[in-house]
Design a protein around this ligand. Structure first.
Ligand SMILES: CC(C)(COP(=O)(O)OP(=O)(O)OC[C@H]1O[C@@H](n2cnc3c(N)ncnc32)[C@H](O)[C@@H]1OP(=O)(O)O)[C@@H](O)C(=O)NCCC(=O)NCCS
Length: 116
């Protein structure tokens, strides 16, 4: 189970300039927002959640919302992602790997799930 997504950094920047913190709250919780020091990171988180929704085959929507996905960072700066308990159970997810990059105006994320 693998998913990939690309997000325009400018699109996230414009959303933030237009709607302020509410733009981030649409796809991130308070702890995730606290990790964002620059818009590239927010774009990476957007791509990561879209990629995670693809890795289970649903896309972002009713079954898997942005808020069913939680991103944290390890001490070394590496991101990690967890599905909600319900999604972990439904899709038999044992472990999730996430990698993010950003350059040239875009952020890209890949998510790989190991099944139980
Ligand atoms: C981590 C590293 C691979 C990032 O590569 P980069 O080309 O600078 O940046 P990219 O756009 O490809 O990736 C950035 C993303 O990588 C992820 N990342 C950061 N640290 C990471 C790590 N240790 N492991 C895996 N992923 C990491 C983050 O998601 C980061 O996005 P964020 O800054 O928005 O949180 C690179 O900085 C590196 O090799 N660092 C270790 C060595 C180092 O920091 N040396 C300098 C100080 S001694």
């Amino acid at each position: 189970m693998i998913g990939i997504d690309i997000a325009s950094i400018d699109r996230i920047k414009n959303m933030y300039e237009k709607f302020g913190i509410k733009a981030y709250e649409r796809f991130l919780d308070e702890e995730e927002i606290a990790l964002i020091k620059r818009v590239e990171t927010a774009a990476g988180f957007w791509a990561a959640k879209e990629a995670a929704s693809k890795a289970i085959g649903t896309g972002i929507g009713k079954e898997c919302s942005f808020h069913d996905l939680k991103i944290k960072k390890k001490k070394n700066g590496a991101p990690k992602l967890k599905y909600s308990k319900a999604l972990q159970k439904k899709y038999k997810i044992k472990k999730t790997y996430l990698s993010i990059t950003h350059d040239q105006g875009v952020a890209i994320a890949v998510v790989h799930n190991i099944k139980k």
